[in-house]
Each structure stands twice: as C-alpha cells, then as structure tokens.
Design a protein around this ligand. Structure first.
Ligand code: CA
Ligand code: CA
Ligand code: CA
Length: 346
C-alpha cells in the first residue's frame, strides 16, 4: 500500500506539471505488478508487447486516469510511461508489429510506438469511422479506416459496396492475401449483424468480391481472423453463446465459397484473444465471457477442439504474451477488485 500511495502522490505532481496529453517519467520506478497493487492505480486495459526486444513480452497497461505504462512482468519494474487521453470506452489493442499499440477514445485515435525505452505517438487522428492497425502482408503495420462504405489506407480510398447508406462496418478484421501489402480480405459487420466480407486490391483500387454471410439471430460480440480462418461469436440465448469458425474462405471464386463450423458455449463469448499454447503453429483461441470467470481454449486445427476452464477470479481484459521466452504464451487478465494483473494458470 505504501508503494501505491507513493505512486499516486508522484502522479498527482506529474499531472499538475504536465503538458497534456503526453508526459513522461524520468526514471523507471520499482513496483510489484503481479499479485500486488501497482501503477497504474486502476488498470483498465492490458496488452503484451516485446518492448525491449529480447523475446520476452512486457505488460502494456492503460490506467483509468490515463497512465500508459510498460512494466516488466517478472519484477514489476516500470520501464516507460506516458500520460494519454482517456474517456469511457477507451480501448487499447496490440498491432501486428512487436512494438506498436493502437488506442482510441470515442473521438480520437493514437498509434503508440514503444521503443528505445520510450512511449511515443507514431500517428494520431480524429475518429470518424472504424479503425484498426493491421499488417497487410508486407510486414509493417498500417492504419486501416472504414468510414461509412469507404475504405481508406495510406491515402488510397476504395468503395466497399458492403453496407447500406448511413451505416458503417464494425469489428474490422483483415487477412492478407499475399506479401505485397496491397491485396487482402476485409471482414466486419453492420447493424443487421450479418458478416460482411470483401476482397480488396489497393493497387487496382478495386473490391473484387463483396459478400454477406448471415451469422444468426443475435448480435455479434467478437470477430477476428485466426490464421486463414474467420472467427465470429455472440450470444444465442440468455445464458449460452456460440462461436462460428468460418473456414476455406475463397472470395476469389465466383460465387465466393466458405464453410462454417459452430462451437456451442455455456456463456456469451465477449473476449477473444489469439495465443500460441502448444507446438502446433496454428494459433489457439482464448474465448471468455465478461467478467472473465471462465475460459474456453479452442484449437482451430482441422476441426475445433475445446477445453473449458473455470477461473477463481472475475477478470476483465484478457491478454496473452510470452513473458519467459519459451515460445509459448502465458495468459493474463486484470483483476478489477484488487486492481492487479493475474496470470491464468493452465
Ligand atoms: Ca522484452
Ligand atoms: Ca498452437
Ligand atoms: Ca512463455
């Protein structure tokens, strides 16, 4: 508690002197992150990135008061921190690159570069549609924006032909189709909760296939690309949910083809994280309800295998990363009752 009190005191001083929205601490500050109350005082978002590129992932924590902190999961040392703008609904997500995180509020977005012991704003803009950062296939992250039915990438604008006037695509996910960074499949959903798919060629400035897949009667909570597959999940009844694994998606053929495998769950899937938990190079899906009181580990392979876990705490914001450089990911969540980060023991 002494540590926490000291942190809050120094933070208040910092706020008073700082030029918002960004400020930095001069020196790393020791603190127990795992199992102890730690900075930020009230963590709300968690990601893992390899901040000092040694193969071990570090914690990136966003606090309720706008503290963005990189911490060492082993000893809790704070490696870098910045003050950022937050409001209700602010999210933080990891980009494909090892040292980038994407943050947005309801009105603005930032791309943060975590490098050279610093947190720096790499890009920044006003939020007008749906945004996310993706590796389009060329090995570098790009901000992809969908505003109404228009896709914008690096100054190129392409009409998608996916959503009715006045609507926009939500839950963006993307699958590169080659290594050019120019051709990819784009997935999302609109107000009617049907999955939209499009094959985009930035070089030709064209969409060669725009498809709709009727997901089901209830709303979509999670949507992500896992390897070559699309994963969609949401509630089915008041106390059950479903995950659909959409395989062999071929948007280049006419008509486009795909296959759907459905996995039933005893709760609504509201958190979806990709992780590497075994020797099989295919990613595993970590799926959880909110609060995170249970976890389904789903191997997508040729057919889905499901392992169900009950957790001893109710967490928020599931995240995974390899903190000990053994090639396998560890699983973490924020424990909001104790304002700490806990590891999910498998
Ligand atoms: Ca590292
Ligand atoms: Ca695997
Ligand atoms: Ca590991």
């Amino acid at each position: 508690m002494v540590t926490r009190h000291a942190w809050i005191t120094s933070l208040s001083v910092l706020v008073a002197c700082a030029d918002p929205p960004i400020s930095f601490f001069d020196e790393p500050r020791p603190c127990e992150l795992l199992g102890e109350v730690c900075p930020p005082a009230i963590p709300t978002q968690l990601e893992l990135v390899d901040f000092d590129p040694d193969g071990r992932d570090e914690f990136v924590i966003l606090g309720l008061e706008g503290e963005l902190v990189v911490g060492n999961p082993e000893d809790g040392e704070v490696l870098a921190s910045a003050r950022v703008e937050v409001e209700w609904g602010t999210t933080l997500s990891r980009c494909s690159s090892a040292d980038l995180v994407f943050q947005h509020t309801l009105e603005q977005w930032w791309l943060w570069e975590l490098t050279d012991a610093r947190i720096e704003a790499a890009d920044h803009g006003v939020l007008t549609g749906s945004y996310a950062c993706f590796d389009l296939g060329a090995g570098a992250d790009t901000i992809v924006e969908v505003d109404a039915d228009l896709l914008r990438v690096d100054g190129v604008e392409v009409g998608l032909g996916l959503v009715p006037p006045g609507e926009s695509l939500r839950g963006l996910a993307l699958r590169p189709e080659d290594e050019s960074g120019q051709r990819f499949s784009l997935f999302g959903f609109a107000l009617d909760e049907n999955v939209r798919m499009a094959r985009v060629d930035l070089e030709a400035v064209e969409v060669t296939a725009a498809q709709l897949w009727p997901w089901g009667p209830t709303r979509i909570e999670v949507l992500a690309v896992a390897g070559r597959d699309l994963v969609v999940g949401g509630p089915i009844t008041l106390d059950s949910g479903e995950l659909a694994i959409v395989r062999e998606i071929d948007l280049a053929s006419a008509p486009a083809t795909w296959q759907v495998e459905r996995v039933s769950l005893p709760w609504w899937p509201q958190q979806l994280v990709l992780a590497q938990l075994d020797d099989d190079p295919e990613p595993e899906l970590l799926v959880a309800p909110l609060p995170i009181s249970a976890l389904a580990i789903i191997g997508v392979g040729d057919s889905a295998s499901v392992q169900m876990l009950e957790l001893e705490f109710e967490g928020v914001d599931l995240a995974a990363g390899d903190v000990d450089a053994d090639g396998l990911d560890e699983i973490f969540a924020i424990d909001p009752r104790e304002d700490r980060i806990l590891e999910v023991e498998l």
